[in-house]
Design a protein. Sequence first.
Length: 195
Amino acid sequence: MTGVTAIILAAGQGSRFRAEAGADQDKLLAPCVGRDGITRPVIEQVLVNLPPTVSRRWLVTSPDRTEVIRLAKVHRCEVLLLRSPGMGDSIAAAVAASGPSAGWLVVLGDMPFILSTNIEQVMAGLEEDDISVPVHAGQYGHPVGFGRSFGPALMALTGDRGAKPLFAHASLKEVAVDDPGVLWDVDVPALLSYR
């Protein structure tokens, strides 16, 4: 589906990562060797992996993350500044800010190893009343695509819960992928390199 808006969630504090790496270490800015062999900050790897077909991009982050904001702008993202680290709050605010869209692709800012081709697969099958989710080794992964009809439900999300509760009331399109990157979030420093 064309005209889908990517919502990149980058407002969380990464407390598990900071507990191991140090209180001053932001996991989104940690050096990470991408699947292309190039070292970039985690959030930049995520943005580089977005296929060019994703022309509308909104990144949600906190006002104090100046380097994350700079990288988002370099990679053609609109930036939404939000003090709440809650995933539900972030999704709701970004969907509201982005305006009418053919759908929304919810991308986690700490998942740097997802292949662009798999992001395209998730978007390809998305229709107005669908939720499209990648599945690897029997587990749901990210990013997750939401068709246009989910706009009001996404804008009603609050707190730290994401949009998974919407799965129960939807036509769920499972997209089988042979890519562990759809499950790989960088919660601790040991997960910064793909193997």
